[in-house]
Design a protein around this ligand. Structure first.
Ligand code: NAD
Length: 490
């Protein structure tokens, strides 16, 4: 049993102050590596949502009046501050989500700082319009203005990354921001919000943790001017319903069932890494929206690829203490998701899939026995061979270290299987044939296509989905509205 004193308490960040939730409701935060409560976060309600909106609304006009260059100066300072607090933030993310420290500290933190610097550089884009000559005596021009209060709703798999993508560009464009992290992983966002408030004027960034109750109150609020969600399709549908009475621009970054396609002429060494350790068997146990969860391999190289993939997984994947820098894969981030992933492995077996490697969970999935982690939410990296793409494990998002593997003969067949999904987030193509690559890029129904690489995202690249993977982009322009003005000679 944990003693009460060893459990850390975190607070909402409202109008520059650290405050508990109204009614002092709290939610336990569980470390998924050992199943123990390690922190408590506010369980906010509609009342807290109301306070957050009031704070953001009040702070907005002053922030919007700063020039783009002045706002950029704040954002650059934030980038520096995040780098200074990188170690602490990486630890919080790892403890709360199970994402291994080697990725949170060496990969995530530098990415966050680069997003802040990029947003600072982009700030001036938000103030650029067009001039349109209408006649010799009249012309029109467009003004870009901030929207007002932007609400960002976060998932549990990558809180700091999604927080940053949502807040940095919204702030650069002159908006005030409210972030609601997931009830399963709020700790890093609450601390991040606290740090940001050491630089920003009060009320410009507010963070309220809690479940769907506070989420619904925020998104449906009449004074909220844009909502950006990273989460599941069901939540997106609920948000569409709850914003119907007070419509506002919506950006949805949703799930995926991304194909990762290997042609026989590919550089196999690169492809093996691209479909395994870089494609789906990542440091956060495949809980990535763009996880290449459907691996398609051209028949002549099928057997060779499978044995190379198994070898690579055996050599490179080590499940265990997420805070140990040599650990390459952490646990599933929470118990609900853990049960979901295990259930999908069972479904796959019932549907006739063949487990090529993995399949075990709990203590048995750990690379080495370790009593400290025996109650963690561990799932072995799992490859399931399938004959048909119509199976549930090929159609539904599992969101864990589980990929299906299927063979194909022709390019047309690969395309047909790849596009046979309601999602459209990421797709990988491994080939040395440029013409084939270009045809695939053109015909894959996906927001992102990577050729001879995978999961390449960054502030320089727009990111988002098509079909049921969402719409809109967390870009600077989506955080603005256009006003058209016409001036006639007086
Ligand atoms: P989720 O939809 O269950 O929850 C997301 C957030 O929405 C949480 O903060 C939750 O409290 C909130 N929420 C739930 N109901 C709400 C409502 N009615 N109104 C307002 N807010 C509400 O998603 P999750 O399980 O936390 O995250 C996993 C999902 O996120 C997966 O589908 C994954 O693919 C997706 N994801 C997508 C991307 C992307 O960039 N496309 C990135 C990461 C994760």
């Amino acid at each position: 049993m944990e003693t009460v004193s060893s459990i850390r308490e975190f607070h909402n960040v409202l109008n520059g102050e650290l405050v508990p939730a109204s009614f002092r409701r709290k939610i336990d935060s569980i470390n998924p590596a050992n199943g123990k409560v390690w922190a408590r976060v506010p369980g906010s309600t509609a009342e807290d949502a109301e306070n957050a909106v009031a704070a953001a609304k009040q702070a907005f006009p002053k922030w919007a009046r700063y020039s783009a260059m002045e706002r950029a100066a704040f954002l650059r300072q934030i980038g520096d501050l995040i780098a200074q607090h990188g170690e602490e933030l990486a630890m919080l993310e790892t403890n709360d989500c199970g994402w291994v420290i080697r990725e949170t500290s060496y990969g995530l933190i530098p990415t966050l700082t680069s997003i802040w610097y990029d947003a600072a550089g982009a700030a001036s884009v938000a103030s650029r319009g067009e001039t349109i000559q209408l006649s010799p005596t009249s012309f029109g021009y467009t003004l870009r203005e901030p929207l007002g209060v932007v609400v960002g709703i976060l998932p549990w798999n990558a809180p700091l990354f999604t927080f940053t993508i949502k807040a940095a560009y919204a702030l650069a464009a002159g908006n005030a921001v409210i972030i609601k992290p997931s009830e399963f992983a709020s700790v890093s966002s609450l601390r991040y919000g606290e740090l940001l408030n050491t630089i920003l004027p009060p009320g410009i960034v507010n963070v309220v943790s809690g479940d769907r109750e506070v989420g619904e109150a925020l998104v449906s609020h009449r004074e909220v001017n844009r909502v950006t969600l990273t989460g599941s399709g069901n939540t997106a549908k609920a948000i569409v319903r709850s914003t119907a009475q007070a419509p506002k621009p919506l950006t949805f970054e949703l799930g995926g069932k991304s194909p990762n396609i290997v042609f026989a002429d590919a550089n196999l060494e690169k492809a093996v890494e691209g479909v395994t350790t870089n494609g789906i068997f990542t440091g956060n146990a495949g809980q990535i929206c763009v996880g290449g969860s459907r691996i398609l391999i051209q028949r002549p190289i099928f057997e060779e690829m499978i044995s190379l993939m198994k070898e690579k997984m055996k050599e490179d994947l080590r499940l265990g203490d997420p805070l140990d820098p040599s650990t390459t894969m952490g646990p599933i981030a929470n118990e609900v998701q853990y049960n979901k992933v295990r259930n999908f492995i069972e479904i796959g077996i019932h549907e006739g899939g063949t487990i090529l490697t993995g399949g075990r969970s709990g203590e048995e999935a750990l690379s080495e026995k370790d009593a400290r982690f025996s109650n963690g939410y561990w799932v072995e990296p799992t490859l399931i061979q399938v004959q048909r793409n119509s199976l549930r494990i090929c159609q539904e998002e599992i969101f864990g270290p589980v990929a299906t593997v299927m063979s194909f003969d022709t390019e047309e067949e690969a395309l047909e299987i790849a596009n046979d999904t309601s999602f459209g987030l990421g797709a990988g193509v491994w080939t040395t044939n440029l013409a084939c690559a270009q045809r695939m890029i053109k015909n894959l129904q996906s927001g992102n296509v990577w050729v001879n690489t995978y999961r390449r995202v960054g502030p320089e690249l727009p990111f988002g989905g098509v079909k049921e993977s969402g719409f809109g982009r967390d870009s600077i322009l989506e955080n603005t509205q256009e006003k058209t003005c016409v001036i006639e000679e007086g």
